[in-house]
Design a protein around this ligand. Sequence first.
Ligand code: MG
Length: 394
Amino acid sequence: MRIAALIVAAGRGTRAATATAGPKQYALIGGQPILSHAIRAFARHPDIHDVTVVIHSDDVDLYGKATEAVDRTKLSPPAIGAATRQASVLNGLQSLAPQPPDLVLIHDAARPFVTATTISNVIQALRDRPAALAAVALTDTLKRASDKGLIAETIPRANLWRAQTPQGFHFAPILAAHRRAAAAGLDQFTDDAAIAEWAGLDVAIAEGSIGNVKITTAEDLALADLQLTRAFEPRTGTGFDVHRFCEGDHVWLGGVKIPHARKLEGHSDADVVLHALTDALLGAIGDGDIGQHFPPSDPQWRGAASRLFLEDAARRVRARGGRISNVDITVLAEAPRIGPHRAAMQSLIGEVLGLAPDRIGIKATTTEGMGFTGRREGIAAMATATVLLPAPPE
Ligand code: MG
């Protein structure tokens, strides 16, 4: 039994957009695009074999970014959507048709909190029905109002359900139903269960969950972000590094090449700023230090650009589902002056770590002529980094 998940992410909906420009499915909650949470929920479910996302043709780059930090083992290349949700789903189903799965679960990208239990419930319901949707029973009392804004009647809520996704189907009949609907010029169905109903398929109800909300408004987005951010705990790490001067005409600091009367001696490019920063990030996640991951004895790191070390530390943070909150660096040197190069360092570090400049502190001090930095024997740097890691379940 092969089960595919088809995640619909081709919409242009920007109602939820606030600080984030662009379609809402790429807005960040808990530091990651809404879409990537939805992909993860299906990719990690043991019964799902394949995950295909239907995207807008303008969103290829956004999609690439959204899938950077997800396990791609089950991820197929994306399908390209069309003008309506219904037509986008049809494109997605057609993309699966050459190697048809037995079952397909169609899910809206804007529902990032779908649980494994809900997915299992839908799959279970498909054992003896051709179609099933996740739904929750109504708990609010329903009223119908008159045009004057007065209550006209109370509607009994027995047998009323709120439809969610995923909606699951035996693959062949839902593909046939979608093709027939398109051929008949019907293009305004708002969910796939409605097409199944129209085609005469029995649609079963599977227990959904209250938390499986659809993010539609800016308020939904803020609440979803809060929900995920609360589940993070801050971790702080520190780093310190020193390199001595030798003959040369430039130093590398913070990934920036700065002309200087001497250079710093080291196995790599001897960038004390990036080394201290890399150690601070590794420290925050308790993952050893730079020397452990990139031993100076290993010839492949001779003359290496230290940006590589920082990129590796950022990858290690992401691999734990973490996000970097801010970093702060102090350079200890009599010379060169750091101020003129601060913006360039912030730009490079920001690019590697995905941080805005106001989350990257870069400061410098002399040591008033005292000690080894005061005697201009070398340069030292210290750094702290704060990382938000998913809190362990209580
Ligand atoms: Mg070093």
